[in-house]
Every structure is written in structure tokens, then in C-alpha cells.
Design a protein around this ligand. Structure first.
Ligand code: ATP
Length: 279
């Protein structure tokens, strides 16, 4: 349990430019980043920087990616805390874990973004029942609230982001009381957004892997058709579509001694269809 609070800070090179769709969300995060990078401007105008962000939406829509990209944009360390892991079945264990995490956080001297994922696991349903389990959860949520308050007052270097697939489960009082003063919806991508996600991911792969004499993608890639075929998919699904094709190609490459053909539109569409097919 102790190592939870000692997870090394990581900086990943994920940028907001890599996010497909979600233009408004990205714009809002850029603004938040500016508020961190320019405390003097904020102070001059008496403007208050957000301290807590709640990102909510279906799995795989990019909430974690956006958090990493925001940290990167601010120039902050990124520390991810898997919320369910701090919950302990023993009385007092969860409280101790939370206190330890925040005690450490109060000492961060460099800008740090703390991400609590699956945040709904920590907080009770609004108006939860009076049984022992929900009372215990209420206590945990109460401690979290208190700790976050203290942190906000003591350490302006820290920004807290919480993500959840179930925003309605996150206790109202935690949100209403201003601890999470920015709430951001991260929905599934629509068709134009999926086209942009395909484009950015493919461009990213080309930038990372193509070199003189090695072409990764054929000329015939039709992003609109891919976007259309991938109805209902998230960014994480699209990443999986590409991952499968990359793997198939690597196998072909191995078999043929480096003579695999570039990834074609038909192969991408087949991968989309395969992922969508009910098992
Ligand atoms: P969960 O709610 O399950 O934690 P999440 O919303 O945090 O999911 P991520 O883990 O950020 O989703 O998404 C998984 C991967 O999918 C990301 O690392 C990224 O590569 C890709 N991805 C998701 N959405 C997008 C997007 N809009 N643009 C580009 N890539 C995306």
C-alpha cells in the first residue's frame, strides 16, 4: 500500500495536438494550461485558477490521454492514482491511504497533475443508504474532501483531475462545493471526429515508423470511409483496429523477409469490421 504514494512521476509525450475531435474540450484544457503557466496574469485580474477537474464519459474516449496531455502542456509531472487501489477493506485503511497521498502531494515543489481514475469508486451515491458499507464510503469521501481542501490551500503547484464513467455516482457535495470546479464531458466521437482520430493516429504512426524505403500505409487510405464504417467506436477502439493491422503486417513481414505490402484501405476496413463483429 505504501508504494501507492511513491509511484514515480512520469512525463509522457502526449500532446493536445494528438487528440482527435473534442475541439471544445481541447480548447478548454489549453486555457487551463495558460492559467497555470501565467499566474501573474491571473493574479493581476484576480482570476482564480481551477484546482479540480472532473472528466466524465464512456470508457476509451480519451480522458486519461487528455489528462496526460494537459500535464504536458502545463509542464507538470503526471501522477496517476488508481482510485480503487486506495480503497481498503479494513476499517481506516482507505483513510490512511488517502491521507498519505495528500501528505506527499502537499510537498510537491514542481507543478504536478494528480489523476484519480475510476473516481466514482471513492464517493458515495448522493443520498446513499444508511447501511454500514455506504456509511464507510461516506466517511472516505469526507476525508477526500477535507484533504483536497487542505491541499488546494497549501500547494498551488498541484492540480487534481478525477475521471469517471459514471458521473451520476459521484457524490454531489464533492462536486458542488467547488473542489471540482471544472466539469468536462468527454463523449464518444461522432463521424467527423473519428475521421480525425484515424488521421492523427495514422500520421503519428507514419511519423514514428516510416523511413526512406519503408512505406507503412498505401496511397488509397480514405478517412471518411473509415469514419463511416467505424460507427460507435471510441478512440481506444480505433487504436485497437490499427494495432491489429500492425501486428498482421509484422507477421507478414517476418514471413516474407521484409516484403510486406503497405497497409491498405481494405485491410483497415476488414479490421474495423472484425472488431465490430459480435463474438
Ligand atoms: P477509461 O474511462 O476506460 O479510463 P479513457 O477515457 O481514459 O478510458 P484513454 O485511456 O485516454 O481513455 O484512451 C485510450 C487510448 O485511446 C488513448 O491512449 C489514445 O491513444 C486513444 N484515444 C482515445 N480517444 C482519443 C482521441 N479522441 N484522439 C486520439 N486518441 C484517442
Amino acid at each position: 500500500r505504501e508504494q501507492l504514494s511513491r509511484t514515480p512521476a512520469t512525463t509522457q509525450t502526449v500532446t493536445l495536438d494528438m487528440v482527435g475531435g473534442l475541439a471544445e474540450v481541447v480548447a478548454e484544457l489549453r486555457q487551463i494550461a495558460v492559467s497555470f503557466r501565467h499566474p501573474e496574469a491571473m493574479a493581476r485580474w484576480g482570476a482564480r485558477r481551477p484546482q479540480g477537474l472532473l472528466m466524465y464519459g464512456p470508457p476509451g474516449t480519451g480522458k486519461t490521454m487528455l489528462s496526460r496531455a494537459l500535464a504536458n502542456e502545463i509542464g507538470a509531472d503526471f501522477r496517476e492514482i488508481r482510485t480503487p487501489e486506495i480503497l481498503d477493506k479494513w476499517l481506516g485503511g482507505s483513510e490512511r491511504n488517502i491521507k498519505q497521498i495528500f501528505r506527499d502531494a502537499r510537498r510537491y515543489r514542481v507543478p504536478t497533475l494528480m489523476l484519480f481514475d475510476e473516481f466514482d469508486s471513492i464517493v458515495s451515491y448522493a443520498g446513499a443508504g444508511g447501511d454500514a458499507a455506504s456509511q464507510a464510503l461516506n466517511a472516505v469521501a469526507g476525508i477526500f474532501k477535507q484533504e483536497m481542501n487542505d491541499l488546494i490551500e497549501e500547494n498551488p503547484n498541484v492540480i487534481v483531475v478525477a475521471t469517471t464513467n459514471f458521473p451520476h455516482r459521484v457524490d454531489d457535495s464533492l462536486i458542488r462545493s467547488g473542489r471540482f470546479d471544472v466539469k468536462i464531458s468527454v463523449p464518444k466521437p461522432d463521424e467527423p471526429s473519428r475521421a480525425e482520430i484515424f488521421r492523427k493516429m495514422i500520421q503519428g504512426l507514419i511519423a514514428a515508423h516510416e523511413e526512406p524505403g519503408f512505406t507503412m500505409f498505401a496511397e488509397d487510405i480514405d478517412l471518411a470511409a473509415l469514419a463511416h464504417a467505424s460507427h460507435g467506436m471510441t478512440g481506444a477502439d480505433i487504436k485497437e483496429v490499427l494495432r491489429r493491422v500492425q501486428l498482421t503486417k509484422a507477421m507478414q513481414d517476418a514471413r516474407t523477409g521484409g516484403n510486406a505490402t503497405p497497409i491498405s484501405q481494405e485491410e483497415l476496413l476488414a479490421s474495423v469490421r472484425e472488431l465490430l463483429a459480435p463474438r
